[in-house]
Design a protein around this ligand. Structure first.
Ligand code: NAP
Length: 250
């Protein structure tokens, strides 16, 4: 490892924030940069230097890698942030800079789950019956796929307000997901929810809604993850750190 090693961490998830701390401990002499799209305003401090904003596509990212002499790139973005992950693969290929992806495991149905798996948010919107009282656990950009369904009653929860205007009879909850299943159960009961819609983001943190749906016997419309081009992928941070160490030893 050289004192000048530069690790670019494509961030925007809790896992990326935690990984930034692991990287700083594991590679104390390396320069580490955490990169954010700038999508949310309340960025939590990863404890390493930060840059914010898009790179300008795969070519812009490749130019950044060269200009900032990046030695290793880590993609720890959200599984549904497909564009940046595709750009990372393309930029790694064109520059020869090693790329490692940290990807949390998908949720999988267990006994008692009633899932309808769909390929896209558009499909999720299409399969909801018109008498549904749907809980939409989706992002601010995703909600536009649903707003045409004015026949539905929906409760949408997201962190930042959407640009799209919601139908007047819908409810918007601006918050991060609660930590406990009991809170989700209470919310679903209170709003008389009949269907839960979510992307298969995976991870423990936001799985309370799935477990609450199981407890209440509610159907879940589960949006499958987008397909990504291949990259060296790890779900456990220690395995990824080892791969980074090996790559930096060259
Ligand atoms: P996306 O569709 O894959 O990316 C759109 C564009 O945003 C990219 O082409 C890139 O712009 C820029 N971008 C994305 N992530 C970036 C990063 N970490 N650093 C610098 N630029 C980035 O991404 P998205 O779905 O909008 O997600 C944006 C951010 O929110 C990501 O960091 C992701 O981890 C986080 N997030 C997404 C979701 C989700 O459900 N999609 C959920 C939670 C968190 P240029 O092409 O100009 O480089």
């Amino acid at each position: 490892m050289m004192a000048t090693d530069h690790i670019l961490l494509l961030a925007g998830t809790r896992e990326a924030r935690l990984l930034a701390g692991d990287l700083a401990k594991s590679f104390p002499t390396a320069r580490i940069t955490a990169s954010y799209a700038g999508a949310v305003s309340d960025l939590s401090d990863p404890g390493v230097p930060v840059r914010v904003g898009g790179f300008g596509g795969a070519e812009g990212l490749a130019a950044y890698l060269a200009a900032e002499t990046v030695s290793v790139m880590i993609d720890a973005t959200h599984p549904f942030a497909a564009q940046i992950s595709r750009n990372a693969v393309a930029a790694a290929a064109s520059t020869g800079i090693p790329l490692f992806r940290l990807e949390r495991q998908e949720w999988a149905p267990v006994d008692g789950d009633n899932w309808k798996t769909v390929a896209s948010l558009e499909n999720a919107a299409a399969v909801l019956p018109s008498d549904a009282r749907a809980f939409l656990a989706i992002g601010r950009k995703d909600i536009a796929c649903f707003t045409q369904r004015t026949d539905l009653h929906a409760v949408a929860r997201m962190i930042e307000p959407p640009e799209a205007k919601l139908p007047d009879h819908w409810e918007l909850i601006l918050s991060r997901p609660p930590k406990t299943v009991d809170e989700e159960i209470a919310l679903f009961r209170d709003r008389q929810i009949t269907h839960v819609v979510t992307k298969n983001s995976g991870g423990k943190r936001s799985s309370a809604k799935i477990r609450a749906a199981r407890h209440l016997g509610l159907p879940v419309v589960m949006v499958r993850r987008p397909d990504l081009p291949e990259a060296a992928t790890f779900s456990a941070p220690p395995d990824l750190l080892l791969a980074v160490r090996r790559a930096m030893a060259f």
